[in-house]
Design a protein around this ligand. Sequence first.
Ligand code: NAD
Length: 300
Amino acid sequence: MARIAFIGLGHMGGGMAPNLAKAGHEVRAFDLSQEALDAAEKAGCGRAGSAEEAVRDAEVVITMLPAAKHVLGVYRDQVFGNAPASALLIDCSTIDVGSARTIEEEAQAQGYEMVDAPVSGGIAAAAGGTLAFMVGGSDAAFARAKPIIEPMAKAVIHAGGAGAGQAAKICNNMILGATMAVTCEAFVLAQKLGLDPQVFFDISSQASGQSWSMTTYCPVPGVGPKTPADNNYDGGFAAALMLKDLRLALEAAEQAGVELEMGDEAEEMYAEFVERGGGGKDFSGIIKMIDDSWEAPSGQ
Ligand code: NAD
């Protein structure tokens, strides 16, 4: 069992850290939010007064932070030099490939082994220990990281070298964003053409229009398995986070010199939905913008 510093106890980290404690690890948790720290402590984690205190003597450091600027700041200012050089560093946040590679190079220069390990699956999967992890880093670092990650995961896949986990994550989520948008468009058109949504689901989920967005996460209430559509598009994967991931994909594409017309189109649709107050809604809620029934929640 390992001494694990866990920094970032938000929607995702707040579910993940307790699963490590339940597996028998000694978890020292830190977040800028006292409320998040209280919840982690109640769920079996130890409480640290600062990130520096959390990482001191740690064998493993795990971060689950909002964006690249937080990740770069926490590693450069609090982890490097305070965590023992023998500590394994695992960043689970979703950030751009370039920043992931930069911070992994800086970690190596300081004698640390580090992996990027972004996740697929939402808040429920974080709490349930059923996230899919896409890991970038050396074979040796992956071999060390895998057993640590396992209590939080249903799958831990080695994607390649530094940054490869982030590359897999943004490419996967670009498929998700675009297929969800076009699945919503198909349901709206089907209905306008007089098709019953359930009948269209029964057909398309067994025909070549089938995708995860159709069969597992159907955007129409009352059709298919239970999804955020059945809960007024609350919970699930926020449209603002989908927009963040699409922008990371487009940024990476620009740097790689690739033009992504479908990804670009999906980004524009999600940007409009977020601008019109849909950022906190599940990303499948974009169907309401497409069928023109969208009304922003009050106060937005
Ligand atoms: P969140 O905003 O709920 O949580 C982030 C936490 O980090 C907050 O509690 C915040 O207080 C803390 N934090 C910020 N700066 C800090 C610092 N300097 N020191 C200590 N704590 C600090 O975000 P989330 O939904 O948990 O997402 C975390 C990451 O996971 C993001 O990169 C996101 O894109 C990714 N992700 C989220 C989901 C999802 O469904 N929410 C799914 C997959 C991946």
